[in-house]
Write a protein that binds this ligand. Structure first.
Ligand SMILES: Nc1ncnc2c1ncn2[C@@H]1O[C@H](COP(=O)(O)OP(=O)(O)O)[C@@H](O)[C@H]1O
Ligand SMILES: [Mg+2]
Length: 230
């Protein structure tokens, strides 16, 4: 059989190519918090040169003691907080689930999805389809019309996660996502993470303890302001 050659359609990274293109690259990240006023001014050096590279299809755990700077680093990665030094480059969309759910008390779950769908510039059809899938995957469709201030902690955690997933981001960053989950939700969550990994999506998960080490492709530990492999 004759080989068919069509140079115009050769992908930038051919299958089997070992050169992987990062989806997110952070270099030299430094952060100091400054509190109080003179003479009680207090400086706290939290990050002192963090390097972190994430690749497509990777599930990475970010671990470290309480107060080691995990949330600070994640806020910097998503652009919610400015570092004192360093750079963050990302290819593609980011989805972020903060440690404390940020929701509007008086809006229902459906209204949250509509609001975030507009912010992500999704068409109403794409937003509705993605929302239906997320309700089914996480199992909270029956709360679609419930206001956020009437939701249990567990359902609030699902809404928080669902909003981060609405636009199907290339990189999903989750700050201690399963604190409010019951066992069933915990399993659904890992099913969802596995599906994303298979689709070549990347997930970075902060956890102050790692119960299921085998679920991660690699673990990165924050220690003394730096990220080290674990
Ligand atoms: N906005 C802030 N202002 C001042 N200090 C802060 C602020 N946010 C966090 N810190 C301090 O920085 C350190 C790292 O916090 P954080 O990133 O939340 O750690 P982790 O998520 O690993 O528990 C902690 O000592 C915390 O008290
Ligand atoms: Mg934290």
């Amino acid at each position: 059989m004759l080989p068919v050659s069509s140079p115009d359609t050769t992908p930038a990274t051919a299958p089997g190519d070992t050169r992987r293109v990062p989806v997110l690259e952070a270099a030299g990240i430094e952060k100091t918090y400054r509190r109080g006023i003179w003479p009680a001014r207090h400086h706290q050096l939290v990050l002192r040169g963090v390097e972190l590279t994430l690749y497509p299809g990777e599930v990475v755990g970010l671990v470290g003691e309480n107060g080691s700077g995990k949330s600070t680093l994640m806020k910097i990665l998503v652009g919610a907080l400015a570092p004192d030094a360093g750079t963050v480059i990302h290819n593609g969309r980011l989805g972020y689930c903060p440690q404390e759910p940020v929701v509007y008390e008086r809006l229902t779950c459906d209204e949250h999805f509509e609001l975030f769908g507009r912010a992500y510039r999704l068409t109403p059809e794409d937003q509705a389809r993605s929302r239906r899938e997320l309700y089914a995957e996480l199992g909270f469709e029956r709360y679609a019309g419930t206001r956020a201030d009437q939701l249990s902690g567990g359902t609030l955690a699902k809404l928080n996660l669902g909003l981060a997933l609405l636009a199907d981001p290339e990189v999903l960053l989750l700050d201690e996502p399963y604190a409010g989950f019951d066992w069933d939700t915990y399993l659904k969550f890992w099913q969802l993470v596995a599906t994303r990994r298979d689709a070549g999506r990347t997930v970075l998960i902060i956890s102050h303890f790692v119960a299921d080490e085998e679920r991660f492709d690699c673990l990165v530990q924050l220690r003394d302001g730096r990220a080290v492999p674990r």
